[in-house]
Design a protein around this ligand. Structure first.
Ligand code: ADP
Ligand code: MG
Length: 266
């Protein structure tokens, strides 16, 4: 057997085992191993590490796509200086993801444009990196899905889908009043995930307004009871990041009401 034949044969074997990254890196690592006089074990470890890294990378790309984030913004990209009511220390504590193992919840509350969605997505990205399945849906989208599913008799399937991920992000709770089937669905979803699956919620409404949102005070109270039992609440009081540049250039002068309260979708 010639000197080159062994790697050739090995490459084919690796390919037939679908170890493509090992096959691709074989030549380079063989050369490096010879040059640096690696032990057999070191060589094998290096070759396997390439395969594992490639697979992790691929898995993360797939799970990130499946999470359905509307955009990708990491916590490292968040401008904490602009939003001083968001304590960096608390977000760092959340990014340890301890809340996920206990099935605790995180609530981001505040007016439009203050960064609720990017904070939720940033935590979601951290969860995915840690190998925790994550799913993002806005409440208005979910409302459409639920009414369609109800007509097709597929609500159970939808409930199962939303109970599965370790982290569920419910964005934009509160911009639209919830019709009865949606209010009931959300109550059941939160009850089913209680102490099992973490939920991250963003809302422009204070809890006292949830009764009106759900058009049922009793249902809203029971839902909040479960949602808040194990939870971290981040109240964001600040200015809209979107309007920052416009305001700086003097183009936009927000009326005081827009700064203080939330009303329109962001
Ligand atoms: P909310 O969800 O609270 O309504 P948005 O996510 O819609 O806020 O914020 C509007 C835009 O501004 C988004 O593109 C978001 O990424 C960005 N943004 C908001 N706050 C910050 C911040 N503190 N640092 C960086 N980007 C921010
Ligand atoms: Mg938002």
């Amino acid at each position: 057997m010639g000197k080159q034949q062994v790697p050739d044969q090995l490459r084919e074997t690796l390919q037939s085992l679908k170890l493509d990254s090992m096959a691709d890196n074989l030549d380079a690592l063989c050369a490096q191993a010879a040059k640096e006089a690696w032990s057999y074990a070191t060589f094998l470890a290096q070759l396997l590490a390439e395969e594992v890294a490639t697979r992790d990378h691929r898995r993360l790309a797939v799970t990130t796509k499946m999470a359905r984030f509307p955009f990708h913004k990491t916590l490292e990209q968040f401008d904490f200086a602009f939003q001083p009511s968001v304590e960096k220390r608390r977000i760092q504590e959340l990014s340890s993801l301890r809340f996920v193992s206990g099935g605790s919840n995180v609530l981001f509350l505040g007016p439009p444009g203050v960064g609720k969605t990017p904070l939720a997505i940033g935590l979601g990205l951290k969860a995915l990196q840690a190998g925790l399945s994550t799913y993002f849906v806005s409440v208005p989208d979910l409302m459409d899905w639920v009414s369609q599913d109800a007509q097709r008799g597929q609500l159970t399937k939808r409930m199962q889908q939303l109970c599965k991920p370790r982290v569920l992000i419910l964005d934009e709770m509160g911009y639209l009043p919830l019709e009865r089937p949606m209010a009931t669905f959300l109550f059941q979803l939160i009850a089913k995930r209680y102490e099992k699956g973490a939920i991250i919620v963003s809302s422009n409404k204070s809890f006292s307004e949830w009764g009106e949102l759900f058009t049922d005070q009793v249902l809203a109270t029971a839902l909040l009871d479960r949602l808040l039992h194990h939870s971290t609440i981040i109240n964001i009081r600040g200015q809209s990041y979107r309007l920052k540049e416009k305001r700086q250039s003097g183009v936009f002068q927000p009326p005081p009401a827009l700064e203080a309260t939330a009303g329109e979708p962001s």
